[in-house]
Design a protein around this ligand. Structure first.
Ligand SMILES: Nc1ncnc2c1ncn2[C@@H]1O[C@H](COP(=O)(O)OP(=O)(O)OP(=O)(O)O)[C@@H](O)[C@H]1O
Ligand SMILES: [Mg+2]
Length: 228
């Protein structure tokens, strides 16, 4: 059984013209089916606006599809009640974003431990996990610093640590190297892929960069709302 199965997925948005109040429907994802196995890595490529982030948000349980379904280990996300979908987001899924999305008024340590606190975990145990992952990501000496004191590459490594802290089954990375130069991108990708293998996590990376896609087991393309 696939870890994640996406079946006949569709997503439309409604856009309202603020002047005429006319509502228009845009069909962003049109009948996409796709599977990802445990430990597998897949790159998603496609033009800006083709629906890559929309697809990741649906797979991460942050957005409901208009039609079709997503199952995790054989169970449809749409059948999960609120508590289960929250647990899915907190424990099974990790997100990495292009703009890091670290909280500015918290230290790197606080940012990294936040998913454990939201999950009501034991603080001492959670701190142990932060220290272990920070060591793997070579940011131990940045833990007491605030995000504005870090370079882009360090911020993204901290964000990777935060995404991995609860040992998810799958990581969704939305253009994780989009704000980094090519050497820093490579360093971040080497760490991300290294940890993905070590922790045996599946990973879906959205990227515009063929070199980044080449880190993954396979690449799929989205065009006109369909996957190729
Ligand atoms: N909440 C929303 N309401 C209305 N339209 C939306 C919403 N979110 C996204 N869209 C539209 O859906 C389309 C797909 O957006 P999405 O962010 O998924 O694209 P993308 O492939 O991630 O683009 P990029 O590569 O620029 O990040 C765009 O036309 C966008 O304007
Ligand atoms: Mg996007």
């Amino acid at each position: 059984m696939a870890l994640l199965e996406v079946c006949d997925l569709e997503k439309s948005y409604y856009i309202e013209n603020s002047r005429t109040l006319e509502r228009r429907r845009i069909d962003v994802i049109k009948n996409v089916s796709f599977e990802i196995e445990e430990n597998e890595s897949v790159a998603i490529m496609g033009k800006s606006g083709c629906g890559k982030t929309t697809l990741l948000k649906m797979m991460g349980g942050l957005l409901s599809p208009s039609n079709g379904y997503i199952s995790f280990k054989g169970e449809k996300l749409s059948d999960f009640d609120n508590e289960r979908i929250e647990n899915y987001r907190r424990r099974q899924v990790g997100f990495v974003f292009q703009d890091y999305k670290l909280l500015d008024n918290m230290t790197i340590k606080e940012n990294m431990i936040l998913p454990c606190i939201l999950d009501h975990q034991d603080i001492a145990e959670a701190l142990g996990k932060v220290e272990k992952i920070a060591e793997m990501l070579n940011i131990c000496d940045r833990l007491e610093h605030y995000p504005y004191e870090l370079s882009g590459g360090e911020k993204q490594r901290a964000a990777v640590g935060r995404a991995l802290i609860n040992s998810p089954s799958i990581i969704f990375a939305d253009e994780p190297t989009g704000n980094l130069d090519s050497d820093t991108s490579k360093a971040v990708m080497d760490m991300l892929i290294g940890l993905q293998h070590e922790f045996k996590i599946a990973m879906i990376i959205v990227t515009h960069d063929k070199d980044i896609a080449d880190y993954c087991c396979r690449t799929v393309h989205i065009q006109d709302g369909k996957m190729y």
